[in-house]
Design a protein around this ligand. Structure first.
Ligand code: PLP
Length: 396
Protein backbone atom coordinates (compact mmCIF):
# COMPACT_ATOMS: atom_id res chain seq x y z
CA UNK A 1 0.00 0.00 0.00
CA UNK A 2 1.32 3.40 -1.05
CA UNK A 3 -0.23 6.77 -0.47
CA UNK A 4 0.42 9.94 -2.41
CA UNK A 5 0.76 13.24 -0.58
CA UNK A 6 -1.65 15.95 -1.85
CA UNK A 7 1.23 18.21 -2.91
CA UNK A 8 4.81 17.71 -4.05
CA UNK A 9 6.62 18.31 -0.77
CA UNK A 10 10.40 18.13 -0.91
CA UNK A 11 11.22 14.90 0.96
CA UNK A 12 13.95 15.30 3.58
CA UNK A 13 16.92 13.00 3.66
CA UNK A 14 17.64 11.70 7.17
CA UNK A 15 21.22 12.89 6.78
CA UNK A 16 19.88 16.45 6.57
CA UNK A 17 18.81 16.20 10.21
CA UNK A 18 22.51 16.32 11.17
CA UNK A 19 25.07 19.10 10.77
CA UNK A 20 25.57 22.73 11.64
CA UNK A 21 22.56 24.82 12.61
CA UNK A 22 21.23 28.17 11.51
CA UNK A 23 21.54 30.04 8.24
CA UNK A 24 18.13 29.24 6.77
CA UNK A 25 16.78 32.77 6.93
CA UNK A 26 19.71 34.15 4.92
CA UNK A 27 19.67 31.22 2.47
CA UNK A 28 15.93 31.57 1.82
CA UNK A 29 16.31 35.34 1.41
CA UNK A 30 19.07 34.79 -1.17
CA UNK A 31 16.99 32.09 -2.89
CA UNK A 32 14.22 34.56 -3.67
CA UNK A 33 16.57 37.53 -4.06
CA UNK A 34 14.81 39.66 -1.45
CA UNK A 35 16.57 42.87 -0.36
CA UNK A 36 15.11 42.49 3.18
CA UNK A 37 13.62 39.43 4.84
CA UNK A 38 13.05 37.71 8.15
CA UNK A 39 12.16 34.26 9.46
CA UNK A 40 9.19 33.53 11.71
CA UNK A 41 7.52 30.35 12.94
CA UNK A 42 4.79 30.33 10.25
CA UNK A 43 3.49 32.15 7.22
CA UNK A 44 0.65 33.37 9.41
CA UNK A 45 3.12 34.81 11.93
CA UNK A 46 4.88 36.65 9.08
CA UNK A 47 1.54 38.06 7.93
CA UNK A 48 0.84 39.25 11.50
CA UNK A 49 4.24 40.99 11.63
CA UNK A 50 3.66 42.68 8.27
CA UNK A 51 0.13 43.84 9.19
CA UNK A 52 1.30 45.11 12.57
CA UNK A 53 4.03 47.18 10.92
CA UNK A 54 1.71 48.54 8.21
CA UNK A 55 -0.97 49.48 10.71
CA UNK A 56 1.57 51.40 12.79
CA UNK A 57 2.69 53.28 9.69
CA UNK A 58 -0.73 54.25 8.36
CA UNK A 59 -3.31 53.82 11.14
CA UNK A 60 -5.81 52.31 8.71
CA UNK A 61 -7.71 49.15 9.67
CA UNK A 62 -9.22 47.29 6.71
CA UNK A 63 -7.52 44.40 4.89
CA UNK A 64 -8.93 43.10 1.59
CA UNK A 65 -8.39 39.41 0.84
CA UNK A 66 -9.67 37.01 -1.81
CA UNK A 67 -12.82 35.17 -0.73
CA UNK A 68 -11.18 31.83 -1.59
CA UNK A 69 -8.05 31.56 0.52
CA UNK A 70 -6.59 29.89 3.58
CA UNK A 71 -8.65 30.42 6.77
CA UNK A 72 -5.41 31.28 8.58
CA UNK A 73 -5.34 34.54 6.63
CA UNK A 74 -8.62 35.56 8.25
CA UNK A 75 -7.42 34.44 11.68
CA UNK A 76 -4.25 36.55 11.32
CA UNK A 77 -6.26 39.66 10.48
CA UNK A 78 -8.54 39.06 13.49
CA UNK A 79 -5.48 38.44 15.67
CA UNK A 80 -4.22 41.93 14.76
CA UNK A 81 -7.59 43.47 15.64
CA UNK A 82 -8.08 44.55 12.02
CA UNK A 83 -11.15 44.36 9.80
CA UNK A 84 -11.43 41.90 6.93
CA UNK A 85 -13.12 42.62 3.63
CA UNK A 86 -13.75 39.96 1.02
CA UNK A 87 -13.14 40.45 -2.66
CA UNK A 88 -14.50 38.03 -5.24
CA UNK A 89 -12.27 36.43 -7.86
CA UNK A 90 -12.58 37.20 -11.56
CA UNK A 91 -14.56 34.64 -13.56
CA UNK A 92 -12.55 31.47 -14.36
CA UNK A 93 -9.51 32.94 -12.64
CA UNK A 94 -7.42 32.93 -9.48
CA UNK A 95 -6.95 36.72 -9.77
CA UNK A 96 -9.06 39.35 -8.05
CA UNK A 97 -12.15 40.66 -9.81
CA UNK A 98 -10.63 44.11 -10.38
CA UNK A 99 -13.96 45.94 -10.61
CA UNK A 100 -15.09 44.49 -7.31
CA UNK A 101 -11.71 45.35 -5.82
CA UNK A 102 -11.88 48.96 -6.99
CA UNK A 103 -15.32 49.30 -5.40
CA UNK A 104 -13.99 47.99 -2.06
CA UNK A 105 -11.02 50.36 -1.73
CA UNK A 106 -11.50 53.43 0.46
CA UNK A 107 -9.66 55.70 2.89
CA UNK A 108 -9.57 52.96 5.55
CA UNK A 109 -7.96 50.32 3.31
CA UNK A 110 -4.73 49.32 5.01
CA UNK A 111 -3.70 46.54 2.67
CA UNK A 112 -4.78 44.45 -0.31
CA UNK A 113 -3.59 40.83 -0.37
CA UNK A 114 -3.20 39.32 -3.86
CA UNK A 115 -2.60 35.60 -3.37
CA UNK A 116 -0.39 33.28 -5.39
CA UNK A 117 -2.43 30.10 -4.98
CA UNK A 118 -1.20 26.57 -5.84
CA UNK A 119 2.16 27.79 -7.13
CA UNK A 120 0.53 30.01 -9.75
CA UNK A 121 1.50 33.66 -10.22
CA UNK A 122 -1.29 36.16 -9.64
CA UNK A 123 -1.33 39.59 -11.29
CA UNK A 124 0.03 42.07 -8.80
CA UNK A 125 0.59 45.07 -11.11
CA UNK A 126 -3.08 46.16 -11.47
CA UNK A 127 -3.63 45.63 -7.73
CA UNK A 128 -0.62 47.81 -6.99
CA UNK A 129 -1.97 50.55 -9.27
CA UNK A 130 -5.32 50.53 -7.45
CA UNK A 131 -3.63 50.47 -4.05
CA UNK A 132 -1.50 53.50 -4.89
CA UNK A 133 -4.62 55.44 -5.83
CA UNK A 134 -6.25 54.86 -2.44
CA UNK A 135 -3.09 54.95 -0.32
CA UNK A 136 -3.16 51.27 0.61
CA UNK A 137 -0.28 48.79 0.81
CA UNK A 138 -0.05 45.56 -1.17
CA UNK A 139 0.94 42.39 0.70
CA UNK A 140 1.53 39.35 -1.51
CA UNK A 141 0.43 36.06 0.03
CA UNK A 142 2.97 33.72 -1.55
CA UNK A 143 2.55 31.00 1.10
CA UNK A 144 2.06 28.34 -1.60
CA UNK A 145 4.53 29.72 -4.13
CA UNK A 146 8.08 29.79 -2.76
CA UNK A 147 10.24 29.65 -5.90
CA UNK A 148 7.61 30.95 -8.35
CA UNK A 149 8.75 33.79 -10.61
CA UNK A 150 7.46 36.35 -13.06
CA UNK A 151 9.88 37.83 -15.58
CA UNK A 152 12.76 36.31 -13.61
CA UNK A 153 11.78 37.97 -10.31
CA UNK A 154 10.41 36.00 -7.37
CA UNK A 155 6.80 36.48 -6.39
CA UNK A 156 6.39 38.44 -3.16
CA UNK A 157 8.62 41.33 -4.22
CA UNK A 158 6.42 43.38 -6.53
CA UNK A 159 4.08 44.56 -3.80
CA UNK A 160 5.16 46.40 -0.66
CA UNK A 161 5.72 43.18 1.27
CA UNK A 162 5.10 39.46 0.92
CA UNK A 163 5.38 36.19 2.77
CA UNK A 164 6.10 32.51 2.13
CA UNK A 165 5.21 29.44 4.15
CA UNK A 166 7.36 26.44 5.06
CA UNK A 167 4.57 24.45 6.68
CA UNK A 168 4.32 20.71 6.01
CA UNK A 169 2.68 20.28 2.63
CA UNK A 170 3.95 23.56 1.16
CA UNK A 171 7.02 22.31 -0.67
CA UNK A 172 10.10 23.02 1.38
CA UNK A 173 9.21 22.33 4.99
CA UNK A 174 10.53 23.28 8.43
CA UNK A 175 7.30 21.58 9.57
CA UNK A 176 6.18 25.13 10.38
CA UNK A 177 7.91 28.31 9.32
CA UNK A 178 7.58 31.43 7.22
CA UNK A 179 9.64 34.13 5.56
CA UNK A 180 8.58 37.75 5.14
CA UNK A 181 10.17 39.80 2.37
CA UNK A 182 10.16 43.39 1.20
CA UNK A 183 12.17 45.66 -1.07
CA UNK A 184 11.37 48.71 1.05
CA UNK A 185 13.96 49.58 3.74
CA UNK A 186 11.49 51.65 5.80
CA UNK A 187 8.97 48.82 5.87
CA UNK A 188 11.73 46.33 6.59
CA UNK A 189 12.77 48.14 9.73
CA UNK A 190 9.13 48.49 10.85
CA UNK A 191 8.53 44.74 10.33
CA UNK A 192 11.86 44.03 12.04
CA UNK A 193 10.75 46.09 15.05
CA UNK A 194 7.44 44.22 15.22
CA UNK A 195 9.43 40.99 15.05
CA UNK A 196 11.69 42.01 17.95
CA UNK A 197 8.64 42.84 20.05
CA UNK A 198 6.25 40.02 19.17
CA UNK A 199 8.42 36.97 18.56
CA UNK A 200 9.42 35.33 21.81
CA UNK A 201 11.41 32.32 22.89
CA UNK A 202 9.14 29.35 23.52
CA UNK A 203 11.24 26.32 24.34
CA UNK A 204 8.33 23.90 24.70
CA UNK A 205 6.63 24.83 21.45
CA UNK A 206 9.93 24.83 19.56
CA UNK A 207 10.90 21.44 21.01
CA UNK A 208 7.59 20.08 19.76
CA UNK A 209 8.25 21.51 16.27
CA UNK A 210 11.71 19.85 16.26
CA UNK A 211 10.14 16.46 17.02
CA UNK A 212 7.49 17.07 14.34
CA UNK A 213 10.15 17.96 11.78
CA UNK A 214 12.12 14.81 12.62
CA UNK A 215 8.92 12.75 12.30
CA UNK A 216 8.18 14.46 8.98
CA UNK A 217 11.67 13.52 7.72
CA UNK A 218 11.07 9.90 8.77
CA UNK A 219 7.49 9.40 7.61
CA UNK A 220 7.09 11.60 4.53
CA UNK A 221 7.44 8.57 2.23
CA UNK A 222 4.86 6.64 0.19
CA UNK A 223 5.13 3.60 2.49
CA UNK A 224 4.38 5.58 5.66
CA UNK A 225 1.91 8.12 4.29
CA UNK A 226 -1.08 5.72 4.43
CA UNK A 227 -0.60 5.77 8.16
CA UNK A 228 0.43 9.42 8.61
CA UNK A 229 -1.93 11.02 6.03
CA UNK A 230 -4.28 8.48 4.45
CA UNK A 231 -5.78 6.87 7.55
CA UNK A 232 -6.81 10.11 9.25
CA UNK A 233 -8.16 11.34 5.89
CA UNK A 234 -10.29 8.23 5.34
CA UNK A 235 -11.51 8.34 8.94
CA UNK A 236 -12.62 11.97 8.45
CA UNK A 237 -14.25 11.04 5.11
CA UNK A 238 -16.23 8.27 6.77
CA UNK A 239 -17.49 10.71 9.39
CA UNK A 240 -18.38 13.22 6.67
CA UNK A 241 -15.97 15.70 8.29
CA UNK A 242 -14.83 17.51 5.13
CA UNK A 243 -12.90 20.19 7.01
CA UNK A 244 -10.92 17.41 8.64
CA UNK A 245 -10.27 15.76 5.26
CA UNK A 246 -8.68 18.90 3.85
CA UNK A 247 -7.08 20.04 7.11
CA UNK A 248 -8.99 23.32 7.18
CA UNK A 249 -9.50 23.32 10.94
CA UNK A 250 -7.31 25.74 12.86
CA UNK A 251 -7.24 26.91 16.44
CA UNK A 252 -7.60 30.67 16.85
CA UNK A 253 -4.28 31.63 18.51
CA UNK A 254 -1.30 32.55 16.29
CA UNK A 255 1.92 31.13 17.82
CA UNK A 256 4.74 33.68 17.62
CA UNK A 257 8.03 32.10 18.62
CA UNK A 258 11.59 31.77 17.37
CA UNK A 259 12.73 29.02 15.01
CA UNK A 260 15.67 27.12 16.48
CA UNK A 261 19.08 26.86 14.84
CA UNK A 262 18.57 23.13 14.43
CA UNK A 263 15.40 23.45 12.35
CA UNK A 264 17.05 26.21 10.35
CA UNK A 265 20.03 23.95 9.62
CA UNK A 266 17.74 21.19 8.35
CA UNK A 267 15.92 23.70 6.13
CA UNK A 268 19.18 25.17 4.83
CA UNK A 269 20.46 21.77 3.72
CA UNK A 270 17.13 20.86 2.09
CA UNK A 271 16.99 24.25 0.35
CA UNK A 272 20.18 23.43 -1.55
CA UNK A 273 18.16 20.72 -3.37
CA UNK A 274 15.01 22.72 -3.98
CA UNK A 275 15.86 24.17 -7.38
CA UNK A 276 16.64 20.73 -8.82
CA UNK A 277 13.43 19.39 -7.28
CA UNK A 278 11.41 22.18 -8.88
CA UNK A 279 13.06 21.45 -12.22
CA UNK A 280 11.99 17.81 -11.90
CA UNK A 281 8.41 18.59 -10.87
CA UNK A 282 8.09 21.20 -13.63
CA UNK A 283 9.09 18.67 -16.29
CA UNK A 284 6.53 16.22 -14.93
CA UNK A 285 3.91 19.00 -14.75
CA UNK A 286 4.39 20.00 -18.39
CA UNK A 287 3.98 16.40 -19.50
CA UNK A 288 0.83 15.91 -17.46
CA UNK A 289 -0.68 19.29 -18.33
CA UNK A 290 -0.75 18.13 -21.94
CA UNK A 291 -2.94 15.21 -20.85
CA UNK A 292 -5.15 17.28 -18.54
CA UNK A 293 -5.72 19.83 -21.30
CA UNK A 294 -7.49 17.19 -23.37
CA UNK A 295 -10.23 16.69 -20.77
CA UNK A 296 -13.36 18.31 -22.20
CA UNK A 297 -14.84 21.16 -20.20
CA UNK A 298 -12.10 21.07 -17.59
CA UNK A 299 -10.08 24.20 -16.86
CA UNK A 300 -6.53 23.68 -15.59
CA UNK A 301 -4.91 26.72 -13.97
CA UNK A 302 -1.54 27.39 -15.55
CA UNK A 303 1.07 30.06 -16.29
CA UNK A 304 0.97 32.97 -18.75
CA UNK A 305 3.93 33.65 -20.98
CA UNK A 306 6.34 35.47 -18.64
CA UNK A 307 5.42 33.40 -15.57
CA UNK A 308 7.31 30.48 -14.11
CA UNK A 309 5.18 29.13 -11.31
CA UNK A 310 5.97 26.05 -9.28
CA UNK A 311 3.95 22.84 -9.47
CA UNK A 312 3.03 21.38 -6.07
CA UNK A 313 -0.22 20.14 -7.58
CA UNK A 314 -2.64 20.81 -10.42
CA UNK A 315 -5.79 22.75 -9.74
CA UNK A 316 -8.70 21.83 -12.00
CA UNK A 317 -12.10 23.40 -12.38
CA UNK A 318 -14.77 20.94 -13.46
CA UNK A 319 -17.90 21.94 -15.40
CA UNK A 320 -20.20 21.72 -12.37
CA UNK A 321 -20.33 20.78 -8.73
CA UNK A 322 -22.09 17.50 -9.40
CA UNK A 323 -19.23 16.26 -11.57
CA UNK A 324 -16.64 17.55 -9.13
CA UNK A 325 -18.34 15.82 -6.21
CA UNK A 326 -18.59 12.58 -8.15
CA UNK A 327 -14.88 12.64 -9.07
CA UNK A 328 -13.90 13.45 -5.49
CA UNK A 329 -16.21 10.71 -4.23
CA UNK A 330 -14.22 8.17 -6.22
CA UNK A 331 -10.74 9.65 -5.80
CA UNK A 332 -10.61 11.30 -2.38
CA UNK A 333 -9.88 8.18 -0.37
CA UNK A 334 -8.03 6.34 -3.14
CA UNK A 335 -4.51 7.25 -2.03
CA UNK A 336 -3.74 9.02 -5.31
CA UNK A 337 -3.19 12.53 -3.94
CA UNK A 338 -6.49 13.96 -5.19
CA UNK A 339 -8.24 16.41 -2.87
CA UNK A 340 -9.35 20.02 -2.88
CA UNK A 341 -7.46 23.13 -1.87
CA UNK A 342 -9.95 24.68 0.56
CA UNK A 343 -13.42 23.25 1.18
CA UNK A 344 -15.19 26.60 1.40
CA UNK A 345 -14.95 30.29 0.65
CA UNK A 346 -14.10 32.16 3.86
CA UNK A 347 -17.72 33.16 4.74
CA UNK A 348 -18.74 29.49 4.81
CA UNK A 349 -16.43 28.40 7.62
CA UNK A 350 -18.55 28.41 10.78
CA UNK A 351 -15.59 29.16 13.01
CA UNK A 352 -14.71 32.27 10.97
CA UNK A 353 -18.18 33.83 11.40
CA UNK A 354 -17.05 36.39 13.98
CA UNK A 355 -14.36 37.85 11.72
CA UNK A 356 -15.57 37.34 8.12
CA UNK A 357 -18.50 39.19 6.50
CA UNK A 358 -21.24 37.12 4.83
CA UNK A 359 -20.74 38.32 1.25
CA UNK A 360 -21.94 36.59 -1.89
CA UNK A 361 -18.63 36.28 -3.87
CA UNK A 362 -20.17 34.04 -6.60
CA UNK A 363 -17.01 33.37 -8.62
CA UNK A 364 -14.97 32.33 -5.60
CA UNK A 365 -17.87 30.20 -4.37
CA UNK A 366 -18.13 28.56 -7.79
CA UNK A 367 -14.43 27.75 -7.69
CA UNK A 368 -14.72 26.21 -4.21
CA UNK A 369 -17.64 24.06 -5.38
CA UNK A 370 -16.18 22.93 -8.70
CA UNK A 371 -12.42 22.57 -8.20
CA UNK A 372 -10.16 19.76 -7.12
CA UNK A 373 -6.40 19.27 -6.95
CA UNK A 374 -4.17 16.47 -8.21
CA UNK A 375 -0.79 16.01 -6.61
CA UNK A 376 2.33 16.62 -8.69
CA UNK A 377 4.51 14.56 -6.36
CA UNK A 378 7.16 12.61 -8.29
CA UNK A 379 5.91 9.57 -6.38
CA UNK A 380 2.68 9.53 -8.39
CA UNK A 381 3.67 7.26 -11.27
CA UNK A 382 2.14 7.26 -14.74
CA UNK A 383 -0.17 4.36 -13.88
CA UNK A 384 -1.57 6.25 -10.89
CA UNK A 385 -1.99 9.41 -12.95
CA UNK A 386 -3.73 7.39 -15.67
CA UNK A 387 -6.21 6.05 -13.08
CA UNK A 388 -7.09 9.64 -12.14
CA UNK A 389 -7.49 10.62 -15.78
CA UNK A 390 -9.73 7.58 -16.29
CA UNK A 391 -12.11 8.74 -13.57
CA UNK A 392 -12.12 12.33 -14.86
CA UNK A 393 -12.89 11.12 -18.37
CA UNK A 394 -15.90 9.25 -17.03
CA UNK A 395 -17.39 12.36 -15.46
CA UNK A 396 -16.56 14.99 -18.10
C1 PLP B 1 -0.82 27.96 4.28
C2 PLP B 1 -1.23 29.27 3.87
C3 PLP B 1 -1.05 30.37 4.71
C4 PLP B 1 -0.51 30.27 6.09
O1 PLP B 1 0.79 29.74 6.16
P1 PLP B 1 1.25 28.93 7.47
O2 PLP B 1 2.74 28.80 7.31
O3 PLP B 1 0.56 27.62 7.44
O4 PLP B 1 0.89 29.74 8.64
C5 PLP B 1 -1.46 31.61 4.22
N1 PLP B 1 -2.00 31.75 2.99
C6 PLP B 1 -2.18 30.71 2.17
C7 PLP B 1 -2.77 30.92 0.82
C8 PLP B 1 -1.81 29.44 2.59
O5 PLP B 1 -2.02 28.40 1.78
Amino acid sequence: MREMPPTAGLPLSLLELFGTGGGFSRAAQDYVGAPHAGLACSGTACFVLILTALHRLSGRRTVIVPAYTCPLVALAIAHCGLKLRLCDLAADSLDFNMEALAALCDEDTLAIVPTHLVGRVTHVTPVLRLARKCGAFVVEDAAQSFGARRGGQSVGLEGDAGFFSFAAGKGLSLYEGGLWVTHDPVLASAIGRAQDELIVRDVRQEFRRCLELAAYALFYRPAFLPWAYGMPLRRALKKGDLLGVVGDVFSPGVPMHRVSGWRQGVGRRALSRLQAFHRQTTIQAKRRLAVLDRLPGVQVFRDMKDEEGIWPCFMLRLPDQYKRDYALGVLWGAGLGVTCMFIHVLPDYGYLRPCVPQDACPNARGLAARSLTITNSPWLDDAGFARIIGVLKQVT
